[in-house]
Write a protein that binds this ligand. Structure first.
Ligand code: ADP
Ligand code: ASP
Ligand code: MG
Length: 437
């Protein structure tokens, strides 16, 4: 079985939803994962922000605009009065639910309920459309099988067991539609897999069912060799290994959610990135196969903070690194990059929620310097130790950019450099010019 995930732009209007219906109806039984229609989750975040500030008028204004948009979508999507009525009933029910939060105390639990409405609406609308077209379509509620544990990690055993049971109970359909992004947490409350998490839903489903392939359909023809939002003339990469794709997704290639490669890699399920607007384009195939001796692609991760801990006592000392790492561990703050010298160690983090506590604790072991507004540039490819020339080309490309840290050799698939955020675009363009032209 194949899993096909369609992102926000792919289902962003009635016309797009009709195109997606044509794409999924190829005679094969499959699971279709949908995001919210584009812009919806952002509006739901905006509504929640107003409600945290007890600004019901602000929230109601955004709600009304969003509801008006959906009323129009319903009118355009269905051709029969029966389905227009059923569509409007769905919208009214969901929006009444959203409005029910505007007069009460507002907490993070309520926010998560609101954020889940986008995917509940898009899947409900799409399922009704397929039913109107006479397709045997079945809605699989993600809240009945998708679950994270107390560490916010997917509860894979629970997902596998409950999803399989749900499919068995609903056998005989042509298409199964389900919500991306939304899930329950270990308390059974509505939660989510973080922004962009519908990709993760698709790969968790693929892993649970040992699918033949996981397809991520989006608004571009695969993973490009550099970030198309900042660099002109980028090209799709036809093949990536799981490791290359994971590095790129983690280090900022927005086309893939950072964690979505792992479940596919563990179960050796190929992931294909495809373009809803150009379905015939080959896209990108992510698999266990590693193309050798090439730079695959470049990505950039923003909002990085660098910390340098200097200690004269590090000289010839053992145990220093452990003490430093334990401090980050105690604040559940992952380290992205690390470089060392005889007198100090530099690390980067992207979550600075506990930054000041971390600095206080680190000061026991030396002086601490902090640089905010940094950016990690990740160059992914095959850089096995016996391949010559890549480091030289990378440094040539960055000749005009001050480089704060370099990490090479941690894996043979990644070179990372840390620079000021203000130099990001220059660095990305320079790297494309030197590595691909
Ligand atoms: P979806 O809503 O379908 O999940 P996203 O907006 O999350 O789509 O991801 C697709 C977008 O990712 C593209 O439109 C593109 O702007 C951006 N992007 C960033 N880096 C890359 C890259 N290396 N290759 C392709 N797209 C990228
Ligand atoms: N709708 C969610 C978001 O906008 C999840 C997703 O699109 O993947 O973040
Ligand atoms: Mg996305």
């Amino acid at each position: 079985m194949k899993i096909q995930k369609f992102g926000g732009t792919s289902v962003g209007s009635a016309a797009r939803m009709k195109d997606v219906a044509k794409l999924v109806l190829d005679g094969e039984v499959k699971i279709v994962v949908l995001s919210a229609m584009s812009g919806t989750t952002n509006s739901l975040v905006e509504i929640s922000n107003y409600l945290y500030k007890k600004n019901a008028d602000g929230a109601n204004e955004v709600i009304s605009k969003l509801e008006a948009k959906y009323t129009q979508h319903i009118d355009e999507l269905y051709s029969t009065q029966e389905y227009k009525d059923r569509g409007m009933e769905l919208i009214r029910e969901r929006f009444n639910y959203i409005k029910s939060f505007t007069n009460n105390v507002f907490t993070v639990f309520h926010e998560k309920e609101i954020l889940s409405q986008g995917e509940l609406i898009s899947t409900g609308m799409f399922n009704l459309y397929l039913l109107e077209c006479g397709v045997k379509s079945c809605l699989l509620p993600a809240l009945d099988y998708m679950r994270i544990d107390k560490n916010n990690e997917p509860d894979t055993a629970y997902i596998r067991e409950n999803l399989r049971a749900l499919l068995e109970k609903n056998s005989g359909y042509e298409i199964y539609i389900t919500q991306g992004y939304i899930c329950r947490n270990s308390f059974g409350e509505v939660d989510n897999l973080q922004r962009g998490g519908s990709d993760y839903t698709a790969s968790l489903i693929g892993a649970a069912l040992l699918a033949d392939e996981i397809q991520i359909w989006t608004d571009i023809d695969g993973m490009h060799n550099n970030d198309p939002r900042f660099v002109e003339g980028t090209k799709p990469v036809s093949e990536l290994s799981f490791d290359e794709a994971a590095e790129l997704a983690y280090f900022g290639a927005k086309i893939l959610h950072p964690t979505c490669v792992l479940p596919a890699k563990v179960n050796n399920i190929p992931v294909r990135l495809l373009n809803t607007m150009d379905p015939k384009a080959p896209g990108t195939l992510i698999s266990g196969h590693q193309c050798t001796n090439r730079v695959a692609a470049i990505a950039a991760k923003d909002n990085i903070t660098a910390l340098r801990i200097k200690s004269s006592r590090m000289l010839l000392a053992y145990g220093f690194m452990r003490k430093v790492f334990e401090i980050f561990e105690s604040y559940k703050t992952p380290i992205d990059m690390i470089t060392t010298s005889e007198v100090g160690v530099s690390v980067t983090i992207d979550n600075d929620r506990h930054l000041y506590d971390i600095i206080d604790d680190l000061k026991k072991y030396g002086t601490v310097e902090v640089d905010k507004d940094q950016c990690i540039i990740c160059i992914a490819g095959d850089f096995a130790a016996d391949k010559k020339g890549y480091a030289g080309k990378i440094f040539d490309a960055l000749a005009d950019v001050p480089v704060r840290m370099i990490s090479y050799g941690g894996s043979s698939h990644n070179v990372s450099v840390l620079i000021n955020a203000s130099d990001k675009v220059t660095a990305l363009r320079g790297l494309s010019a030197h590595l691909f032209n």
